[in-house]
Design a protein around this ligand. Structure first.
Ligand code: AMP
Length: 191
């Protein structure tokens, strides 16, 4: 089993590198952002609640997102894979603590946290570029700046949290997609 958290600011390349990791290590992908966007598209109650937060660049409340994660884990779709990649989760310390408990209850744990480190001006550039293609309602400059503030205030403390556990692997997230993937593989091969 290889359970990985892919960690970083919005625009740091988490989704892109997740795609490559999934294929290379046969992992099951859990992206809380994708789950929320799917709920918005389907017009569910959860989607309606989530949209308000997402469009403001804020986090969806912990209780909601932890419930979603527990549900996805219980669907057991991950059984056919060699592990799970958590993309966009956890984003707060309470979420990280909940994840630890959810995994412990299932007899497993997080093995490594891959932190994609990218300078701020580059993040904004990437988010705006993605917005032109993805049409994501939160990929505009105003919401992007709010999302970065949210990241600094609520999510970035997780770096120290996972460093203390010896799980954080800092990856320079500037460069070509393939070069960054090589750095990630090198850092995971020691596991
Ligand atoms: P993402 O696709 O990971 O960039 O997520 C898009 C948006 O969904 C975020 O800006 C948050 O509003 C919401 N979201 C996704 N994952 C979480 C999470 N783990 N906790 C709270 N909100 C989340």
């Amino acid at each position: 089993m290889l359970n990985i958290v892919i960690f970083g600011a919005p625009g740091s390349g988490k989704g892109t590198q997740s795609d490559k990791l999934i294929e290379h290590y046969n992992l099951f992908h859990i992206s809380t952002g994708d789950v929320l966007r799917d709920n918005i598209k389907r017009g569910t109650e959860l989607g309606k609640i989530a949209k308000g937060f997402i469009d403001q660049g804020q986090l969806v409340p912990d209780e909601l997102i932890i419930d979603i994660l527990a549900q996805v884990l219980d669907e057991n779709k991950a059984n056919a894979s060699d592990g799970v990649i958590f993309d966009g989760f956890p984003r707060t310390i309470p979420q990280a603590e909940a994840l630890e408990q959810l995994l412990a209850d299932r007899g497993t744990k997080i093995d490594a946290v891959v932190g994609l480190e990218v300078p701020e001006d580059e993040l904004i550039k990437r988010i705006l570029l993605r917005g032109q293609m993805s049409g994501r309602s939160d990929d505009n400059e105003e919401t992007a700046r709010k999302r970065l503030d949210t990241y600094h205030n609520q999510t970035s403390p997780l770096k120290a949290y996972y460093e203390q556990q010896g799980k954080y692997r800092a990856i320079n997230g500037l460069g070509s997609i393939d070069d960054i993937f090589e750095l990630i593989k090198d850092s995971l091969d020691s596991l």
